[in-house]
Design a protein around this ligand. Structure first.
Ligand SMILES: Cc1ncc(COP(=O)(O)O)c(C=O)c1O
Length: 467
């Protein structure tokens, strides 16, 4: 844009609340940050040999196209037409200026948010679920197995499988299965089979139940069950909702749209914020902006996580298993130890012991930073947001709202006016039990205890150390 065009756009945008793109402006390529990273992420290792895993090691679990995307160094990868067609049911998603929130907190900063809750399952997760289901179907698989924490990922994959024509089996972390019966029904409505994890249906599940009959489950345990399911059947592939490079890649439609929408708003963010479980929604928004940062623009990129599962702020950067039963390859990432079971906080999707290796490497290189919050503070911010902007956020996404309020406060205290953009990764309409508990004063604030952390980190002793 010329200076004059930008001036006109800014003036017109000054009073606007929503910034919308036409369906024809849907991004046609995913952005691969590996092509721009100053330090390449370290390889994923085979636990038996200690050597980098090859395509043949991953082939029993994933289709070749996704294995190719996992190691690709291409800057951009074309999105298949069939995937774009399904994306067009809800994409491009809206970008909002949070004027009422700005007024309520009296900040001098401008706050924008990208809203991914308009997808049929209610979060960003179908951006990758649809792509994964598509490639699996194309390569002849007829069934997918997966884990889910809060139920957002399980419902996204059930939705994608239904539309693309695959069977789907979901292992849902037991505590969420009990807390969120409506997510369960949604998964069933889209035709998937669902069991609470740990379950009696896999060796991994039975081993955990034998030792801890009352285990609330964890993403690490549910991943073990889903991987075991897929490894044992020819017709089945495993599908992961976060962490892996190809999953983060598929989410980059979010940030690419946001870049165009910020331009419509005549603005560019000084701060970009997302919550982090495995890292996919954060990556989806942040990576296209990090491309600009790596090219020389100044942007503060903030990852928000729960104090009960502080992977980025307190975890060790190490090789660790992605699951509890040690069935996955060894992944170079910030970890709290593969047998760590986070306290049953209400942001189920953020209860994961590790994080995406791409995000770990960006943290090590100082391109992003992280903060951890207590859940009562997060829910207070969620309720303030609902009372001003109207949308009741998912508890995971509420971490990004809380981070945004902290960033606005810091800017005000420094006497600065910043433009802040955050990812509202999903709505909280299936999380009303969590809000009930918050309003009843029953939410416990849990910060991870130092002794439990040392115990859990004991599990990675003896594993290879990253270079
Ligand atoms: C709404 C929402 N936001 C965020 C997350 C965290 O996952 P990720 O870090 O992969 O975005 C989840 C996970 O279930 C979620 O449902």
């Amino acid at each position: 844009m010329t200076f004059y065009a930008r001036f006109v756009a800014r003036t017109q945008a000054a009073g606007q609340t929503k910034f919308l793109l036409d369906e024809s402006e849907l991004p046609r390529r995913w952005y691969n940050i590996r092509s721009d990273m100053p330090t390449a992420p370290q390889p994923v290792l085979h636990p038996g040999t200690g050597e980098p895993v090859g395509p043949e090691d991953l082939a029993p679990l994933f289709p070749m196209e996704l294995i190719g995307q996992e190691v690709s160094e291409e800057a951009e990868i074309a999105i298949p037409d069939e995937v774009l067609e399904i994306y067009s049911l809800w994409r491009p998603t809206p970008l909002f200026r949070a004027r009422r929130l700005e007024d309520a907190i009296g900040t001098r900063s401008r706050i924008f948010y990208k809203y991914e809750g308009v997808s049929p399952p209610g979060s960003h997760k179908p951006n990758t679920a649809v792509a994964q289901a598509f490639y699996n179907k194309q390569e002849g698989r007829t069934r997918l197995s997966t884990e889910t924490g809060a139920g957002q990922w399980g419902s996204a994959l059930a939705f994608a499988c239904k539309l693309i024509g695959l069977e789907c089996k979901v292992y849902m972390v037991k505590i969420s299965y009990e807390q969120k019966p409506n997510r369960r029904s949604l998964i069933q409505a889209w035709g998937a089979e669902i069991v609470p994890s740990p379950s009696e249906e896999t060796q991994s599940g039975r081993a955990i139940l034998e030792e801890h009959p009352d285990s609330p489950g964890s993403l690490g345990i549910a991943i073990s069950e889903a991987v075991e399911d897929a490894a044992g059947r020819e017709d089945t592939a495993y599908s992961l909702g976060s962490v892996l490079n190809h999953v983060l890649l598929h989410q980059t439609v979010i940030g690419q749209e946001a870049l165009a929408q910020m331009e419509l708003a005549g603005a560019f963010p000084d701060v970009v914020i997302g919550c982090v479980g495995g890292g996919s929604n954060f990556a989806g928004l942040a990576f296209p902006f990090l491309r600009e940062k790596i090219a020389g623009r100044e942007i503060d990129v903030l990852a928000c996580e729960p104090a009960a599962c502080p992977t980025l702020t307190r975890g060790l950067f190490a090789y660790d298993f992605g699951d509890t039963s040690k069935l996955t390859p060894l992944v170079p990432m910030h970890t709290l130890g593969h047998d760590f079971v986070p306290a049953p906080i209400h942001a189920g999707g953020l209860r994961y012991h590790g994080v995406a290796p791409l995000i770990s490497q960006l943290l090590l290189d100082g391109l992003i930073r992280a903060e951890a919050y207590l859940q009562n503070d997060v829910f207070a911010s969620a309720v303030l947001f609902a009372g001003t902007e109207g949308i009741l956020p998912a508890p995971e996404a509420a971490h990004a709202i809380h981070g945004t309020l902290q960033a606005a406060k810091a800017a005000d205290e420094a006497g600065e006016e910043r433009t802040i953009l955050f990812n509202l990764s999903g709505h909280g309409h299936f999380d009303m039990g969590a809000y009930d508990n918050y309003f009843a004063g029953k939410l416990e604030d849990v910060a991870l205890d130092e002794d439990e952390m040392s115990r859990a980190l004991g599990a990675i002793e003896g594993l290879p150390t990253p270079a």
